[in-house]
Every structure is written in structure tokens, then in C-alpha cells.
Design a protein around this ligand. Sequence first.
Ligand code: SF4
Length: 593
Amino acid sequence: MTDPSLYNVLYIDLTEGRYEVQERKDLFEKYLGGTGVAIKLLEEECPKGVDPLSPENPIIFAVGPLTGLYPLASKTVAMFKSPLTGNLGESHAGGRSAAAIRFAGYGAIVIKGASKTPVYISIYNDQVRIKDATALWGMRSSYAVGRVLREVEPGAGKRTIMRIGIAGENLVRYANVIVESYRHFGRLGLGAVFGSKRLKAVVVAGTRSVKVDDAKAYAKVYEEIYKEVVGTEVMSKYHVLGTAENVLPLNAIGALPTRNLMQTRFELAESISGELLAEKYLVRKIACTHCPIGCIHLASLRIAFAPGHEYETLIVPYDYEPIYALGSMLGIGSADGLLRLIEKVDGLGLDAISTGVAMAWATEAYQRGLITDKETMGLRPNWGEDVDVYIKMAERIARRANEFYSALADGVEVAASKYGGLDFALACGGNEVPGYHTGPAALVGFLTGMRHSHLDSAGYSIDQRALRALMTDEEMVRQLVEEERFRNVLTSLVVCLFARGIYKLERVAKALEPLGTKVSPEELLRLGAEIVRTKAAFKAREGYDPYRLRIAKRFLETPTPLGRLTEERIRNMIKMYVEKAGLSDVYAPSSRG
Ligand code: SF4
């Protein structure tokens, strides 16, 4: 049988200052862990229609049966009601978070209520403490918060420190939670939910081990997986250049959103490419716990202090997404400038994608005269010309410096609804868009995916296959549905999606067997479908309606490598998606016309 510590759910109530552990074998046996268990806990704990920034909105962290046992089972799922979209909030992060939660003896943690004063939660095995964080509240950089907590909390080397920056304190609706300095629960505003609870950080460490049922069989499957990870192209793909290697190929096919998607090719792409960053700035690659790949690329950047004060060296993590959102989207073609901006946005605790997309909209809105120096407080954004303008803009968003920045802090859609320019406000389902203008599958995936993320159903990769061999819209939608179901199995385990080529369903079934869980690939796929359905029901319950989505004109005006898209085609594909995913009853069109 599965090691029973996985069934332990730690419930913490910040209003009451209490905690308890409940055994939830019922949930883990049926839904494995991760996203499957988290959505059921969210259903249980989140009252319908609740304000996402009220104490009633729970924060759920969940790991899975493979955590701590197999390579790349390194991620934690966070679930909550999103303050950005008003429906499902789901975000994944690695670092040490997953192993720390499992070795502390839990499968999931549920945080409810809100504290009156700033606090952080410290979990060390079965010791759970809610501690004063007044001294940490308002600290300028989330990096500094991590440094302080490292000094005072036990468990060095196997401890996770998840914390928010000032953006989370100020309830920026896309504030993130930073994990071990270089990883994030980035999307959909978990940081704001932390902030609303006056929760500055969660620190977890543990010393327990996890038992397996059949050690011999486990070792055999482990070896098989490990060899495949280190011996195949998955290793080189993510280790050598990391996801930053996507910059040039996407630029070459005309799919790299540039200057708020007015263009899809960036003339300075070379100078912010993975290749250039690796050659001139890369100093280290690190990994989440129990991952032999190590895709986390760290750049070193020397910054001059004021005259007479020499230099400081910043260590900046980079990936494709921040390069797109804070680079090409803003017309920033200097690697130095881009890295400085990434470091600032990270330190403030802002999600890089949402921040970049919001600032790109603001730049265009400024140039069109929809906003003026009055709104920007004297800043004059002009496509990459002056990176310091964007650094200051990010600071003002994080501090909600005036009414305009406060609207931007509520998301690009809110800002554009207020100041105009919805046609070029690039959000799908309320979430700022990731960096793939590849074709219809990507756009439909962003609009229908449970997280409105490229990671839901990977439409960008379907589009790229369609570039090589013609594909019907129906086939694209079929692949989106299948991929989303499959990914929900992996995120229930919780396996890093970069290992999706290795953890095929047959392999997953094989990996679970020595741990005491017998399940067939077909059953796993059915489970993936059920989890997607449960999430869809939560989204519908909270007001999400795929038939009424806003589709920004800019997505349709700017050609993709597969040609120009039409609204009719996209809406038709959304309809197909709902039918093929078996969600027609969940998203009933009824009176919508
Ligand atoms: S591939 Fe990267 S993100 Fe995935 S577990 Fe490994 S280091 Fe973490």
C-alpha cells in the first residue's frame, strides 16, 4: 500500500491560530495527489462566490505518490480561487517544495482564514507554528526575506521557503510566491491570496522517509526512468540552453510576440536568445530536488553602484517566458537591460508574464494617447528605449502607486476596460497571455485551458506540428483535449511536465505498482478526464463561460505562422473543445444566445 503519510492533510486556520491533521485516504486513493486531490479540497473548502481576497479563500498545496521517490516528481501544486480571473487558481512550483512537504509527513496542506498581523508559517515534521512576520513585511526584496528565514528556521538543505514580495502584500492580482529564490508559483495571483491573509511566507522541512511496498521492483523501475532521463534528448533539451532555446526558433517562424503582438518577429531576438545568454551571462545551472536535469539557468550580472561604491553582482534566473514577456513584448533587445528587469520583477514578487503583458499594453496605450504622463506619473514608455522606465513602472504596479497603476495591478483587462484599448489587451480568460502566437491551437488552448496557460494543453506544439503536416481544426481540438487529460494525470502525481515524454501512461502505471497502487493506463486517462471535468465545474460555478470569452482583436489582426485567425473559427473550435472534452453539460450554453 501507498506510504500512509501521503494521506495526511494538514489544515491550518490563521484566524483561529489552530491546526489539525486529518487522514484523507479517500481523496488520495481516488485522485492520486497533486492537482486531483487539490481540486477536491478546493471544492470542499472554497465557498461559492467567495471574494478571492477574503479569509474564506483557502490555499491548498498538494504533492503526490511519486514525490520523493522518482526522478522529476519534483513539483507541488497550489490551488486557490484566483483573484485575477475570479475562478480556478492553479500554479505549480518545484525547488525543494515537494520533497519538503512529503518528508515533513504530509500529502497536502490547507491554509484557511486570515491573520490580523503579518505572520509566517513554520512546519517542521509535526511541529507547526504560526510566527510573527512584522519585521519581514514591507521588505523591499523577496530575496532578502529568504535570506532572513534561512538564518532562523531549521532544516537547511531540505527546507522550502515560499514567500511573497511587496506585490503580494499590496494584493496585486498577479503577485507570485517565490520558492527558493529561483522558482515560482507564478501565475494567477497566489501571492495576493497570501497577502490577503497577511501571510508572508511558509517554511516547510522534514526528516521522515517514504516507504515503498516492493523495494526490488521499485529499484528496477527507478533505474529505467533515471537512465532514460539522463540518456535521452530530454536531458540536453532542458539542461543545455533550457527553455530559453525557444526564442530563436519561435522568432524564425514568426511566432514570437513582439511589441504587444504588433509583430511576431523581433529584430533583436539574437541579443536576448538562450544562446547569447548562455555564452555571455550563464554562471550556474541548478535543479529542483530529485531532478537530474537541472533546467534552472542562472545569469550573473554586474551592476555599478553609485560612484565610489564599486559593483554588485546580481544572480538572475531566466527562462523563455520572462524573456518573451519582459523582452520582446516590450521591445527590449539588450540582455543587460532584460536581466535587470527580470531581477526587479522577481524581487517585487510579480508574475513576469502578467507584468510584461500589462506594461506592453500600457506602452501602446501611452503611444495612442489613451493614457498620458498624468497616469504614468511622468514615465514615458517607448518600446525598449529605456529599461529604467519599465523598472520604475514595475515598482509602481507593485506599490499600486496611483489609480492607473492600481488598475494595472488588477490585470491588463481591468486597466483596458477603464482606460480603453481592450482590442490590444492580451489576456485570455482574464489571464495575461504566454508567448506563443503559433496558430489556432495555442489560442484555443489559452482560452479553454483550465489555467489559461500554455502548460494546460500545449497548443503551441500542436500548431508547430500542423506547420509540418496539414491538420484539421477538429484534429487540433482532439489533440488539445487529449493532452490536457494526460497532463492532469502527471500533475496529480506530481511530475514535472518537462518529463512528459518519459512518464507515458504505461510507465506511470509501472511506477505506481511497487508503491502499492495498481492502475491501468486506461484508468489513468479516465481519471485525467474526470479531474479536468471537476476543474471545469469549479470554473463554471465561479462564472467562467467559454461561450462568452473576450477575444482581443490583436490576436486576429497579427498573422500567425499558420495564417491569420478569424473570430468565427476560434469560437467554433471552442465549441468543438467543449463537446470533445465532454463538458457540454458543465458549460451549458442555455440562455446565452
Ligand atoms: S526539469 Fe527543471 S523545472 Fe523540471 S524538475 Fe527539473 S529542474 Fe525542476
